[in-house]
Design a protein around this ligand. Sequence first.
Ligand code: FAD
Length: 458
Amino acid sequence: MYLFFPISFTLFLFASAASIRDVDVAIVGGGLSGLAAAKDVAKAGKTFAILEARDRVGGRVLNAHIFGGEVEELGAEFVGPTQDRVLSLADELGLTTYSTYTTGKSILYRNGTVNPYDADLATGGLPPMGSEAQAELASLLTELDSLASELDVHAPWNHANAPVWDSMTLKSFVESRITLQDSLVLFETAIRSILSTETEEPSLLYMLSYIAAAGNQTNVGTISRLVGSKGAAQDSRINGGTQLLATRLAERLGEANVFLNSPVRGIKLNGARYTVKSDRVQVSAKHVVIAMSPPMAGRISYDPLLPAGRDQLTQRMPMGSIGKAIAIYPKPWWRKLGFNGQVQSDTGIIRATYDNTPANESFGAIMGFIEADEMRALDKAANVSQIRIQRWDLEEFSRGGPVAYCPPGVLTKYGLFLRKPAAKIHFAGTEASPYWTGYMDGAIRSGERVAAEIIAGF
Ligand SMILES: Cc1cc2nc3c(=O)[nH]c(=O)nc-3n(C[C@H](O)[C@H](O)[C@H](O)COP(=O)(O)OP(=O)(O)OC[C@H]3O[C@@H](n4cnc5c(N)ncnc54)[C@H](O)[C@@H]3O)c2cc1C
């Protein structure tokens, strides 16, 4: 049994519907990308207004209070090495990190059998299965890393093989390499935990570019950095929860500059300035930042219309389907039994779990991802009321998560429009980052990039 109290943010003043604001930069979206853009715009001495649809900042990061005190994250949670920008922002905001609990054995639940094992993909180990299946999986992962390393993260569509790789799904490529069910099941579980899609949804090129992005300017991206814990994407957590990144930054930016409950409906160019219309406030600005995923950006109306390539992109990038379920226990009892709380399963609604116990161990928590077809199947389940589930696919201003991905044929034809400004409308959002696409780090990088773009063109 557990109780969640979603955190409500009443810190901010709401502007009245009639109010009109003149600023240098209107930022649409108060997620990490929009907030990061605002930070650098403000540093450059420019005025700005953030228009956020929800009654809170943070977007895909969301804290929930448990037992009125400790925090569990219902959205983004982990940070790790090479995610330099999110780690730097945390430090700047006085936030500290602690290691994800990885001591003890993980479990592979396969064919109805519990198989404990020591390995973590990030350190080169593979879950227990036949040696042939291990060899097949290892060879596939090595090949994906190797192909990904050939890509220019800034323009993966320029690779000589991009048209071929973008014409096939990840699944068709994997089927040409994998013959054993054991290796296939494990690979598919890994992809669900990365993208929250089935392997037939993203193109091979998109998957390769996502792997290539899992690094920084000096460390080439690898698939093990995406799926691993220690030294990888799930390495650490933020004391107090990741939403503090957003709320603390918003507080520093000043409540008068952040308009909550202000979904933007339309952006119209009037002479040299844009009028940005939301339900509560109207802003006139020289530059506009769209700081959200392409599919959410496509729900805003633009006058004049955006270039056709950008519009097509927003029509072709769906969100993954993700939910999070968190079970709370008086103590993290599995630790005493020598387990780290990480399970991969070939069956069930939840196929990947993590130990989500807070640093002070005031209670035990296991978090399970509900992903791709399992998330969609939950629509048909008779009774899920026993467990608290955060469904991102039913969030009006997210429509899924963790990231919007590219099916075949999108990246080569429209990838360019992820970041290309349309006159003085600039595009941020984690999907637009060449590094750590899909992660908080990517969101922050994208915000910093648009701010630099705007300041350079002022
Ligand atoms: C369940 C889950 C788990 C995740 N786990 C991790 C993790 O462990 N580590 C990690 O680094 N990342 C993780 N992520 C991904 C991470 O949350 C995102 O990459 C990041 O938060 C995206 O930030 P953003 O600013 O690009 O977009 P968003 O956070 O989506 O922000 C966009 C903002 O725009 C607002 N908006 C939308 N439409 C409008 C409109 N018309 N007008 C005004 N505002 C609008 C939205 O309300 C939102 O606040 C996870 C995501 C989910 C959903």
